[in-house]
Write a protein that binds this ligand. Structure first.
Ligand code: PMT
Length: 404
């Protein structure tokens, strides 16, 4: 059980640094491993020995002589973290995180980690409301960083207003929620499709589309981070696929069909974000097709198999099937029709003509449609939409199927 529940806790220089002692105790009592990194300023408020004693692990600081392993140590901690927390987080660390500055152990490790990042700001009200901090907070939120607090009230500097670090119990609960989400697909096999397919006409020409693979990769990454055993079947992509998944490369819609149908029986959840070509050329030429001196060239297209519909036909109890609908008009109406026809549990409808949505961008705007309702999601990072899709999948899996 408890296979991997490790929290890296960054402590920056503020009077609230003492409050994190209670947070460390709570985490330890809950059986969660804690690894503390303190900035040099933080060590002026509380001794590293306090955190060393409470966490039962060495505290990493910049004030000690750097061990020979320093360079690898920050990477090791970055990789170890299931959740990376900074509490208290000063205006300074928020600015560094927003800009990607890595000039000490904490900022270097925070930049390197792939774990969800949770920050509990603590600072003077004027600093919290300053334009620069507002901008940094917006940047970090847009990047998926979670915030807990700050709370309003009397501050150590004598001012009153927002800026107090949240109570340790609130930070602990936020960490617990992230850890729980991280294990929410543990033991489940998830297959994700991503990218475009290519239908070859001759050795140099093909029919395809603009899918970069970003949406499917975000889903595969999010499922992997929630503990799933992920198979990623991808066509032609321009984005970099995630590590830690079983990667299957295909090119044509037929090869995507073969790869998906060969594996679908073993899967608990299948999410089809790929954009397969609906048609292929009736004839594929072995040599480059020559220009026909002004005469129109007529090429015949024949229909490709519908992979999602076939997976839907083979659906077995306990499986959850998710499709995407790439639409340019009457988005939800067309998506609902596909949900029914392909026997899906959930369809993610995106209007691929909307700015910031659809093909080859880092963001998307989608409506999550099930047989019983629809939820609109605003413009957000594809990774955040992926988390919403997985949350919707989990809630479907907890709801008994409807009598039909
Ligand atoms: O890769 P990105 O650049 O990040 O772009 C993301 C995306 C726009 C490709 C993605 O968000 C998306 O909408 N994917 C679905 C694209 C698509 O083929 O939509 P569709 O409405 O034509 O198909 C509906 C569903 O049937 C999809 O789940 C699709 O994978 C599937 N399908 C389609 C055709 C086919 N022959 N077989 C299928 O299984």
């Amino acid at each position: 059980m408890n296979a991997k529940r490790e929290v890296v806790l960054g402590i920056t220089g503020g009077i609230a640094a003492y409050k994190s002692a209670e947070l460390v105790s709570r985490l330890r009592k809950a059986g969660i491993g804690v690894h503390v990194i303190m900035t040099e300023h933080a060590t002026r408020f509380v001794s590293p020995l306090t955190y060393e004693t409470l966490s039962g692990n060495p505290v990493v600081t910049d004030t000690f002589d750097r061990p020979a392993t320093w360079e690898v140590e920050h990477i090791a901690l970055a990789k170890l973290a299931d959740v990376f927390v900074i509490a208290p987080a000063t205006a300074n660390i928020l600015a560094k995180l927003a800009c990607g500055i890595a000039d000490d152990m904490l900022s270097t490790t925070a930049l390197a980690t792939k774990a969800p990042l949770l920050v509990a700001p603590a600072m003077n009200t004027g600093m919290w409301t300053a334009d620069a901090t507002r901008h940094n907070v917006d940047t970090l939120r847009a990047r998926g960083v979670r915030f807990v607090g700050p709370e309003g009230g009397f501050l150590a500097c004598g001012d009153s207003g927002p800026g107090r670090m949240s109570e340790p119990v609130a930070i602990f609960e936020a960490i617990q929620a992230l850890l729980t989400a991280r294990q929410s697909l543990s033991g489940l096999r998830v297959m994700v499709t991503a990218g475009a397919t290519r239908e070859r006409l001759d050795p140099v020409r093909f029919l395809s589309n603009d899918s970069s693979g970003k949406m499917g990769f975000a889903l595969a990454e999010a499922a992997r981070d929630r503990g799933a055993d992920v198979t990623l079947v991808c066509g032609v992509t321009t984005a970099q696929p995630p590590t830690g998944v079983t990667l299957v490369r295909v090119e044509s819609t037929q090869s995507l069909y073969d790869a998906v149908t060969a594996r679908c029986g073993d899967m608990d959840i299948i999410i089809q974000a790929a954009a397969p070509a609906d048609y292929r050329f009736a004839r594929r030429y072995d040599q480059k097709l020559k220009k026909q001196s002004g005469a129109p060239l007529v090429l015949e297209l024949v229909e490709n198999p519908d992979i999602a519909a076939e997976v839907g036909r083979r659906k077995r109890p306990g499986q959850t099937l998710v499709g995407f609908a790439a639409e340019t008009e009457r988005v939800t109406e067309h998506a609902r029709e596909k949900l029914q026809r392909k026997n899906l549990d959930l369809i993610v409808a995106n209007d691929v003509t909307a700015p910031g949505a659809g093909f080859n961008v880092d963001t998307n705007i989608a409506t999550l449609i099930t047989r019983t309702g629809a939820t609109e999601r605003p413009l957000q990072r594809k990774r955040d939409l992926a988390e919403d899709v997985l949350d919707a999948v989990l809630s479907l899996r907890q709801t008994p199927p409807e009598e039909s």
